[in-house]
Design a protein around this ligand. Sequence first.
Ligand code: XMP
Length: 618
Amino acid sequence: MKIEQIAILDCGGQYTKVIDRKVREMAVKTEIFSIKVTTDKLKEFQAIILSGGPSSVWHEDALKYNSEIFELGIPILGICYGMQLINKHFGGEVRPGLTTEYGETTILTEPHCPLFSGLDVNQIVLMSHGDSITKLAPGFQVAARSENVYAAIYHPQRKIYGVQFHPEVDLTLQGKQIMENFLFKICGLTGNYILEDRIQTAIAKIREQVGNNKILVLVSGGVDSAVSAALLVKALPPENIYAIHIDHGLMRKDESDLVCENLREMGLQNLIRANAATVFFDEIIEVNGTKIGPLTQTIDPEKKRSLIGETFIKVIRQTASGLNLDFDQTFWAQGTLRPDLIESGNPDVSSHAHKIKTHHNDVDIVRRAREKGLVIETNWDWHKDEVRQVARSLGIHESIAGRQPFPGPGLAIRLICNDGRDQIAPAQHQKLKVVLKELPGDCEAQVVPLKSVGVQGDCRSYRYLAVAYQKALDFNWDEVYQIGKEVPNRVDFINRVAYILNESQPQGELQTYPMYINRENVALLQEIDHLVVSKLNIPPVSQVFAVLLPLGVTKKYSVAIRSFVTNDFMTGRPAFLGRDLPKELMAELVAEITRIFPEIEFVMYDVTSKPPATVEWQ
Ligand code: XMP
């Protein structure tokens, strides 16, 4: 049977990988190419999707494209920039500034257009454009309008369609059906790219690449590396696979035991658990001529990360040489997912995405090994949801298959280290007071000299925390959430807000204390985190954990609960208390934390979305 596949031509849009994921969820294979792709590469494809992009088609620096793509005779769907490119190419006009639309917009669709067949006439869609069509290209018809612009166009005979909005994102409520209409009704595809076949393809590819050689696989405990290991077990003789689990002493409670137990059950014979907490805590490492470490004296999040990253490499090398394997000459498998490769601008996947961050699975050392053909990316064909499905179909235990994401540096980035020297200026306290007065409700807040990481625009921020309070668990969620949104928007030295759940007011000014990572505070955080996760890990929560803060009035520690709802972790919001998470459940948890851990003064809830705050505090 011929595999159906469509080509996504990347015009530089931030949602290209979301288009990729959505189409693959519908069991249709995709490949991403540059918009300049030559048509000989597209012979095996049944349709094309042109992505969105940040440029303007009318601009002299507009992306160069290969006009022959429009003469292939296969259906085309242009999204946002893609639609404007279609209109301009066929002789229409696109202009800037006439009307700009950002956000959810209502459109009126033309029910005879096959793209909207069977759907509601009025649709809520996500628009994000500055340019719009001012003259329709000859031969094209209008398929939908918003109040201001042509929201969709089509050429029925040529089967070329364009939408100004983004059908690939969840904010376009019937976006999935629109994409299905394109793939199944217009292109006539059936969705035959079945996961089971893809698993077999992955296994065959591993056999072909590795042959009779030995291979290392690093297993963190997450689903991605577990799937890598399980695929190796299916593909290769077990004696050739060496699985290494590094316990850096910053894992969650009992996590390393659970991971190793599961790996053994999977059939891994050579499983090495490196108990390396001492190295990770005490090592001093030189990075580009500068000494960093030890971890037990490090505050800066980026330094914590690079220290832990470098120590990982060191421990892997040592462990490999203990097995008589030369790390620089041995095959190793890693669980890099398709979106990670897209994000890193790996030329095999996408040509425009290099503007976005480099992923940790794609740093220099990995790229060098990849050039030598030594890195086996067993999960290259899957997005996160798919990898969880693969895990289940390979029989991996649900405690791993459904496991929440956990950062490589582990609990190190959930202990907010501090030297206690930072001070908030009186003018800064005053600024927060003024902003609070402008907001509805009676919440009060104090800004405290503890910084955490955030993301605003495309930039990283490292700013102070505001601690809000009013009525403990008797709060009005809308007011509290509003503070979480507006305070970072309006106060330029704050990027995160946490609300106190166990008291209506601190009895004095909040103090911060010096805190560095040590075995005792890691152990304390492990216990609290375990309790938090055991209570709150329920739908729709995507990730939940505890953060330890050196903050209080009469005691030296407080804890913040981060409970986050998201589809893709690029953006998201706190779980709404009283809606997503019952208040009674939270009340029980708060009571338990304060009862079991007398050293904790405040139990707080992080009420900040991403942006402006990231999921992790760091
Ligand atoms: P942020 O904090 O960037 O996190 O909003 C988004 C998601 O990524 C996870 N995360 C990591 N995962 N290595 C990982 O494998 C890391 O270094 C890392 N840092 C953050 C985070 O837990 C969240 O799910």
